[in-house]
Design a protein around this ligand. Sequence first.
Ligand SMILES: Nc1ncnc2c1ncn2[C@@H]1O[C@H](COP(=O)(O)OP(=O)(O)OP(=O)(O)O)[C@@H](O)[C@H]1O
Length: 339
Amino acid sequence: MITVENVSKSFPGTTASGSPVLALRDVNVEISAGALYGVVGAAGSGKSTLARCIALQERPDRGVVRLDGLNTASLDGKRLREVRRQVGVVGARQELHAERTVAGNVAAPLELLGLDGPQRKSRVGKLLDLVGLTQRAAQRPSELTVGQQRRVAVARALAASPAVLLADDPTAGVAPEETGAVLTVLDRARAELGATVLVTTQEASVVRRVCDEIGVLEDGSITESGSVLDLLADPSSRTARSLLPAIETTPAQVAKYDRSVDIVLVGFAAVGALLPEASARFGVELATIGGGLTRVGDTPVARFRLGLRGEQADAAMAWISERGGHVTHTARGPQGVAA
Ligand SMILES: Nc1ncnc2c1ncn2[C@@H]1O[C@H](COP(=O)(O)OP(=O)(O)OP(=O)(O)O)[C@@H](O)[C@H]1O
């Protein structure tokens, strides 16, 4: 478990005015052990600063970072270096050793730890298998794509078996067709090695594919946090806006019905069966006039705009809500009576 409590961090100003940059403002974050947690925000929102505070590479001005309950604020010297080793870091700007092979790059931290040859070989073999680059062991980084280089960097960061893997903008500069493979490797680090994985990103697609929980940073403050699926339940949340399918309907489409509602459905059962069952049970016409289906991780998630017709429409919507559908009332058609 990683706990960030009331952390603030500023840097001396670099602009002409010289006023300090407040990179983090009173940030609180809780990351469960074994989670794949996304720190999400625009450029300059403070993601890397938060990541560096958690990796103990930066000291907060105020507040505390706890790693498994350990207050890291007072750590120094040897103990600080030991605890830092619990966090493996992959950054977009971190270079691999150009003159060493892929296997040599992954082995480098193990050499520093003093593992003997056979132990190193076995560990490097397992890590290259995890990142899917066994066939590339003898190649140099320059022979690999950016996405493959990033996967080597992940293997290297995992070499010393850290409890936490921190990937700062892992898909930056990676070709779109390769981002899936990079994210799969992060997911495997969590699933197969039990690491807690922390990812910083600006990309909704990264959140959609792999994050269980997120914290959204805006201008140094956390504005939304929690489980991704829970955040989707509030259609006005930034997370919902960026992850749910867009709804594009014209007033003319809505006008054909008594009224319309927007509905978010999460999970296999909800997406497959709720609407037809509600329609049959209450004798109500439920027509999908906008929205669509997406996937968040392995979970299907739908957002539809429905046109409703029938006396029992309210009862049908209440029935859907009781079964976990998130219903937002939108416009009434011309036949509707304003509430
Ligand atoms: N070492 C530093 N010295 C001065 N200002 C800094 C330093 N590091 C970060 N900042 C400033 O703090 C703010 C937050 O930066 P940070 O790099 O954490 O944001 P970010 O969300 O990671 O951005 P990006 O997605 O572009 O990497 C920015 O205004 C940045 O200019």
